[in-house]
Design a protein around this ligand. Structure first.
Ligand code: AHR
Length: 309
């Protein structure tokens, strides 16, 4: 009788937990790119915080910018039999084999932020991210307007082979291609880092005799732009005044640069996106199996012109 009573109260407790939606905590493995700029650590912090809020057991792996580390992390998640895997891929290529392993193990994979280039799209459920191509277009459209369609541009590219570097470049070029007097005259990767942006800008300054004839810098992220601003100031130039400065992310340091007039525009890439990502994963695990291949997060344009923006 005592045993029956115990069973009864145990079942009652279980039912209450299920009703509260907190039974069987979901375990998710998240393979993050690294912490190359200011945006990425903000995104990592948000993913950890949001996981706590949603009662998710998050296994977080920082790949320090190396795809080999991501492949190891994903294989470790598979061995641990997590319920789902989220990947923010460093580069777009080289994912087929590991994604097939996850599929064979019955573990659904979700892409966050960056994209992969795989022939078989069934290897991942969906990608939850902003539209990098649109960000490039917004930057190009802003510059076309600010320069009246006449501008020699230097470009600081992100990590070679990464989705944001590929797509932002494409989007930007698609817009400036409509203006015969707008041209990218120099372009090099600064690997999304402040140091990388500074070094590349120093070499551009030398090669163009102090940016002579250059009207704008388009950087694929704010950190490279912040490095470029340092390099230009050290060379006695006035970024934001002598040369137009447009980039992507809208991180706090860029907001300050915009307010100081050392930068002119930044397209915001939202970093607090766990609230968009986890519900997709959770709903999938609960049975909603049909998702479009891309769940898009909006991007917003910010200019130095008005303090309200
Ligand atoms: O994938 C998004 C990009 O990655 C961000 O714009 C950049 O700051 C980061 O390195």
């Amino acid at each position: 009788m005592r045993q029956l009573k115990w069973l009864g109260s145990a079942l009652g407790g279980l039912a209450a937990l299920v009703a509260a939606g907190s039974a069987w905590a979901v375990t998710i493995g998240f393979s993050q790119v690294g912490s190359e700029g200011d945006w990425r650590p903000a995104f990592s912090a948000d993913m950890k915080e949001e996981a706590k809020k949603q009662g998710i057991d998050l296994k977080f792996a920082d790949a320090q910018g190396k795809q080999e580390e991501q492949l190891k992390a994903v294989r470790a998640f598979i061995a641990q039999k997590v319920d789902a895997i989220i990947i923010a891929p460093v580069v777009v290529t080289g994912w087929d084999a590991v994604l097939k392993e996850a599929k064979a193990a019955g573990i659904p994979v979700f892409l966050a932020d960056r994209d992969v280039d795989v022939a078989d799209k069934s290897l991942f459920v969906t990608r939850i991210s902003a539209d990098f191509n649109l960000e490039g277009k917004l930057a190009g459209a802003w510059l076309a307007q600010a320069s009246k369609g006449n501008c020699q541009i230097v470009e600081l590219q992100g990590t070679t082979g990464s989705a944001p570097a590929i797509e932002r470049k494409k989007g930007f070029e698609a817009v400036i291609g409509n203006f015969p007097q707008m041209k990218i005259v120099k372009s090099q990767s600064g690997n999304f880092t402040t140091d990388g942006g500074k070094q590349v800008m120093e070499s551009f300054i030398k090669a163009t005799d102090g940016l002579k004839g250059i009207c704008a810098v388009f950087a694929h992220n704010d950190n490279m732009q912040l490095g470029a601003i340092q390099a230009m100031k050290e060379a006695g130039l006035k970024p934001g005044k002598d040369v137009l400065m447009v980039s992507v992310d809208y991180v706090p340091a860029m907001k300050k640069a915009l307010a100081a007039g050392e930068a002119n525009a930044s397209v915001e890439l939202r970093s607090a996106i766990g609230k968009y990502i986890y519900p997709v994963v959770q709903e999938y695990l609960k049975g909603k199996k049909e998702w479009p291949k891309w769940v898009m997060i909006p991007s917003d344009m910010h200019r130095a012109a008005s303090p309200a923006e």
